[in-house]
Design a protein around this ligand. Structure first.
Ligand code: SIN
Length: 491
């Protein structure tokens, strides 16, 4: 088993956490493996459905007292958690690289990003303010206030093992909700380490519970079927999101769904090509292409098409695949063999349909799940790399002739998470950005994420927002109280 020599040993947790206790699984344990080397990293508790139900019991019991704390008190707990995450940044980043594979520099950046959501919602906790409505009757007033939705189930993915947790758990806690968190089975160690730090801050037992296991349908059934869970927040595939939403209808849970993307990146003929290539590299190859907002399709104006390709191939050829622990590495592994096979199949489909391979195109021989950084030119709309989320380091490039065609190509997908456009003419950029059917649009910028912005999509990319003020409102119910007979009741 891989050893990390953490500075803070209590961050190494392999058991689930329910009602303030670290628990073994009734169903034994499951293996977490290293995507870069293939070795065993840890054995983590495999919970039974009954144990997951007991986590809901714990959350339901803890929630009223947590909600009854003052906003200041909840903010102080979050602030303390933020400070702990920052203090243990290096250990948390190393744990992430171990189980997820991303280069250490990206893992450190993710820990900062994860912490920023905790700090942001520590601040926002103090700003849950209602309204007084003037009603048609003089003797009445309408009070609008916001109440926590209650127990929240959060199901998080392996591609961002820490940030996707804090951007659900921090606003839930700020709002006065308690949480049952189910992290991805590929990356439970980051979640459990965050839990250990929350516990050190004195957050009461049962307010955050972490359930671990590989039987996602069975765990999901408990979380979606229990009427005490009032909200489900999910980040993952559109297919699973739809199934979870259907399962939430019987108990009318609120849902937030951050689902798949198929982001277009448009390069106009007046674009700064160096800027566009740098933006493409930062977006397309972030986390080895395993990001929902990765530029998935590069749409390039015919006037700059070949020049853009030359620059892109030169930049991509300079990337260094390898272990995330090697500081020279700029491209980590894919998460597992299935992911590798899926990317290979998509590249083969494109080549069979006439795409031009400019660099890469193959899995890298050896123990880990590495795929060569790849550029495909002359991609058309019938290829899988155009129609589906690739989730790998493959940049497919399609040529267009005019702005109308670029927008039509960009919107030719059921997804609507993020889109990007590079160019110089402000009016043209404005027109295009407003015509894109996406929840987020980056203009001459691909690094669009932060705790301050409402992250989320439209169409089959889901609904709800994470980050910003909107991300807090998603954990609050609106209550209207009518204050009547206000006139003439004085002493
Ligand atoms: C995601 O993959 O959806 C998360 C990316 C981000 O928050 O920037």
């Amino acid at each position: 088993m891989t050893s990390l020599n953490l500075q803070h040993a209590s961050l190494w947790q392999t058991r689930a956490h329910i009602r303030g206790r670290w628990l073994d699984g009734d169903n034994g344990f499951f293996d977490v493996t290293d995507p870069a080397g293939g070795g065993l990293v840890a054995r983590v508790a495999e919970l039974s459905p009954a144990q997951v139900r007991s986590a809901v019991d714990a959350a339901a019991e803890a929630q009223p007292a947590w909600a009854a704390l003052s906003a200041d008190a909840r903010a102080d707990f979050l602030q303390a958690w933020y400070a702990k995450v920052k203090e243990h940044r290096e250990d948390l980043a190393r744990l992430m690289t171990l189980e997820q594979g991303k280069p250490l520099g990206e893992a450190r950046a993710e820990i900062d990003y994860a912490a920023s959501y905790i700090r942001w919602y520590a601040e926002e906790a103090r700003r849950i303010v209602g309204e007084l409505i003037s009603l048609p009757q003089n003797d009445r007033a309408g009070l609008v206030s916001y109440t926590p939705v209650g127990v929240v189930a959060a199901i998080t993915p392996w591609n961002f093992p820490s940030a996707m947790i804090t951007r659900k758990v921090a606003p839930a806690l700020a709002a006065g909700c308690s949480v049952v968190l189910k992290p991805a089975a590929e990356t439970p160690l980051s979640a459990l380490a965050l839990m250990a730090l929350a516990e050190e801050c004195g957050i009461a037992p049962g307010v955050i519970n972490v359930v671990t296991g590989t039987d996602a349908p069975a765990i999901g059934e408990v979380l979606t079927g229990d009427p005490r869970v009032r909200k489900l927040s999910f980040t993952g595939s559109t297919r699973v999101g739809k199934a979870l939403m259907r399962a939430c209808t019987d108990t009318m849970k609120r849902t937030s769904m951050e689902l798949g993307g198929n982001a277009p990146l448009i390069v106009l003929d007046d674009a700064d090509l160096d800027l566009a290539v740098a933006g493409t590299l930062a977006s397309k190859f972030r986390n080895a292409g395993q990001t929902c907002i990765c530029a998935n399709r590069l749409l390039v104006h015919e006037a700059v098409y070949e020049r853009f390709l030359d620059k892109l191939v030169a930049a991509v050829s300079g990337m260094t695949p390898g272990s995330g622990f090697d500081e020279q590495t700029t491209l980590g592994p894919l998460i597992h063999r299935r992911a590798l096979e899926s990317v290979q199949a998509k590249v083969q489909d494109a080549l069979a349909q006439g795409a031009r391979l400019l660099t890469g195109g193959q899995a890298i021989e050896g123990q880990g799940c590495f795929f060569q950084p790849t550029v495909l030119a002359d991609v058309n709309v019938s290829m899988q790399v155009f129609r589906e989320e690739i989730f790998g380091p493959v940049a497919p490039v399609t040529r267009f002739a005019c702005d109308r065609e670029a927008v039509a190509l960009a919107n030719d997908t059921p997804f609507g998470l993020a889109a990007y456009v590079f160019g110089k003419d402000t009016g043209r950029l404005w027109q295009i950005s407003q015509s894109l059917a996406y929840g987020m649009v980056g203009v001459n910028e691909t690094a669009i994420s932060s705790a301050q912005i409402p992250f989320g999509g439209v169409k089959e990319s889901g609904h709800g927002r994470e980050g910003a003020r909107q991300g807090l409102m998603d954990y609050l119910d609106t209550r209207y109280t009518c204050l009547g007979n206000l006139i003439g009741q004085g002493a």
